[in-house]
Design a protein around this ligand. Structure first.
Ligand SMILES: [Zn+2]
Length: 100
């Protein structure tokens, strides 16, 4: 199942590109709780968190998933699902960053 860090992150889901939406939909079937910590960002939000100037979060082409509740195997499983949707998966330590 999927949950969202807060209402703002949840609301941002609607602006995501279709491959990212489909990826999240597929994770609904996970027996783990997948916590989404970032979806769409405004330029102001992006600057505040030190995001890259051309971050895919600005265009709905990226999503972040918290890793503190995931095992190494869980992370590999999530990366496998991402690969199925042709997304790039970057392990950023406290989160996995998936992008188109
Ligand atoms: Zn990210």
């Amino acid at each position: 199942m999927i949950s969202f860090k807060n209402q703002n992150v949840k609301a941002g889901r609607q602006y995501l590109k279709i491959d990212i939406k489909d990826f999240l939909q597929a994770l609904e079937w996970s027996d783990k709780e997948i916590v989404v910590t970032c979806t769409m960002r405004t330029p102001a939000e992006n600057a505040m968190v030190g995001g890259k100037p051309h971050s895919k979060h600005l265009t709905g082409g990226a999503v972040d998933i918290r890793t503190s509740n995931l095992t190494a195997q869980d992370k590999l499983d999530v990366a496998d699902v991402a690969k199925h949707f042709k997304l790039k998966c970057l392990d950023e330590g406290d989160h996995l960053h998936m992008q188109i």
